[in-house]
Design a protein around this ligand. Structure first.
Ligand SMILES: *[C@@H]1O[C@H](CO)[C@@H](O)[C@H](O)[C@H]1NC(C)=O
Ligand SMILES: *[C@@H]1O[C@H](CO)[C@@H](O)[C@H](O)[C@H]1NC(C)=O
Ligand SMILES: *[C@@H]1O[C@H](CO)[C@@H](O)[C@H](O)[C@H]1NC(C)=O
Ligand SMILES: *[C@@H]1O[C@H](CO)[C@@H](O)[C@H](O)[C@H]1NC(C)=O
Ligand SMILES: *[C@@H]1O[C@H](CO)[C@@H](O)[C@H](O)[C@H]1NC(C)=O
Ligand SMILES: *[C@@H]1O[C@H](CO)[C@@H](O)[C@H](O)[C@H]1NC(C)=O
Length: 199
């Protein structure tokens, strides 16, 4: 794992760090997943767990893209982005707290706590998230920077379930960033002007 960490670290844009730190901690952001076949679909919530992709493809009635805020204690809290939600969804959750499983947790899925189960005593990490540049990481108990996000394709739906530190089911490594995919440049119209005659 340390080799992966080093390689990732070396490729990170150092210049972006200063810019990020000047921002207010209450800034809203969304998280986007980048990986072998993933060019930046967003993080969404469904039934207390974290997924990547289009929430309208979820079978959950409360699925919605998460608008995150980071708090001073290193937690990422989220509320639903209800813009353009399909009518079938009823995202009535708010202020959920992102968690990744701790090292001894047998459930390796990434999820969210709501206020009714914040006292869950299972092995989860909710207070160590931060950005290195635009990349979301977890600060380990030994101070190391960890980015062990992985994604498991849900059938052929285009949706991925988000995992932490687990590739045993065929999960792919992901990078979670607060920068969305850049939109393609506007098409340059092909000129149909005929050159002036040189007669
Ligand atoms: C938290 O509680 C909600 C509502 O009871 C539930 O849907 C969700 O699965 C729970 N999350 C965890 C991680 O236990
Ligand atoms: C939705 O349900 C169908 C039928 O059970 C299943 O095949 C599909 O994988 C589910 N989609 C998601 C995103 O979970
Ligand atoms: C919410 O979703 C809409 C539509 O996808 C998008 O335009 C908007 O930027 C999102 N809002 C935030 C705060 O991310
Ligand atoms: C949502 O409901 C409105 C009114 O019933 C309808 O006009 C609209 O097409 C629906 N949108 C979707 C995405 O189903
Ligand atoms: C959101 O939840 C956190 C942790 O449960 C709590 O400290 C905070 O006050 C809540 N914020 C709002 C606006 O409800
Ligand atoms: C990752 O999983 C391995 C076992 O597969 C475990 O030894 C290690 O502590 C885990 N690391 C984290 C950061 O969860």
């Amino acid at each position: 794992m340390s080799i992966l960490k080093l390689a990732l670290f070396a490729s990170l844009p150092f210049v972006a760090l200063g810019a990020r730190q000047r921002r207010a901690t209450t800034d809203e952001f969304e998280l986007f997943a980048y990986g072998p076949k993933l060019g930046g679909p967003g993080l969404f919530y469904a039934d207390g767990y974290a997924y990547i992709g289009d929430p309208s493809l979820s079978n959950s009635s409360d699925a919605a893209t998460v608008i995150c805020r980071s708090s001073l204690n290193g937690a990422f809290t989220g509320s639903p982005n209800t813009t353009n939600l399909a009518n079938s969804t009823s995202a009535d959750w708010s202020n959920v707290t992102l968690f990744v499983p701790g090292p001894s947790n047998t459930d390796h899925r990434v999820g969210f706590l709501d206020s009714s189960n914040t006292t869950t005593s299972s092995d989860i990490i909710t207070d160590s998230f931060f950005f290195y540049g635009s990349t979301a990481m977890v600060k380990g108990s030994d101070g190391s920077l960890e980015t062990f996000w992985t994604g498991l394709a849900v059938g052929n739906t285009g949706v991925y379930a988000l995992y932490w530190n687990d590739t045993s089911l065929g999960q792919v490594h992901l990078t979670m960033r607060n920068v969305g995919p850049s939109s393609p440049p506007a098409a340059v119209p092909i000129s149909t002007v005929t050159p002036a005659s040189r007669s």
